[in-house]
Design a protein around this ligand. Structure first.
Ligand code: FMN
Length: 172
């Protein structure tokens, strides 16, 4: 199961992409927003993904983990985040993206993911409130970058392959 949170849709599309990659390996995958997940009882592996907003992943993720903790601590879990920090690969931005991941995982301390990752995301001012737009314009100016779609599908594909190298997924 791939459980995700997404405010503006770009992480949902990444979850969908990962799901399609896994399905192409002939396994069964459910892809759902975490707020809609009723139970994780029947899943062998869970992948959790969320964008970073204000330095943290969305609150739905720790809530989902808390509700399903007993099951999740007993199955393989992988986690990914999407963020603007990952759009550049210099030392400062890598440190920032790693910091986002570390801080997010610290919110679910009982989960020990077998695989983690951060992906560059997508920033679309048309989907932001005025305050969000102003804030992100300042941050992006400081970063020396433009808003846009920075998702790198080949990196996401490689990450998905790496997940498959660790866990044995049952064939559908
Ligand atoms: C209001 C706002 C706050 C954000 N805060 C951060 C942040 O603290 N660090 C970061 O690297 N990216 C930040 N981002 C970028 C988002 O993580 C990125 O746009 C992500 O791809 C959005 O995912 P979604 O489309 O699934 O909501 C922020 C974006 C917005 C609009």
């Amino acid at each position: 199961m791939i459980g995700y949170a997404s405010k503006h849709g770009s992480t949902a599309e990444i979850a969908d992409f990962i799901g399609k990659e896994l399905k192409s390996k002939k396994t069964t995958v459910d892809i759902q927003p975490v707020i809609q997940v009723e139970s994780v009882e029947n899943y062998d592996v869970v992948i959790i993904g969320s964008p970073i907003y204000y330095g943290k992943w969305l609150a739905e993720i720790p809530e989902f983990v808390e509700i399903n903790l007993e099951k999740l601590i007993n199955i393989p879990v992988a986690c990914f985040i999407t963020c603007m920090a990952a759009i550049k690969t210099d030392e400062d931005n890598i440190k920032e993206a790693n910091g986002h991941l570390t801080k997010s995982l610290a919110q679910i301390p009982r989960i020990k993911p077998f695989k983690t990752g951060y992906f560059a995301g997508k920033l679309d001012y048309k989907k932001c409130t005025l305050i969000e737009t102003i804030l992100m314009k300042v941050i992006m100016m400081w970063k020396g970058a433009e808003a846009g779609d920075y998702r790198n599908w080949s990196i996401i594909k490689s990450w998905t392959s790496a997940v498959l190298n660790v866990v044995e997924l049952p064939e559908s």
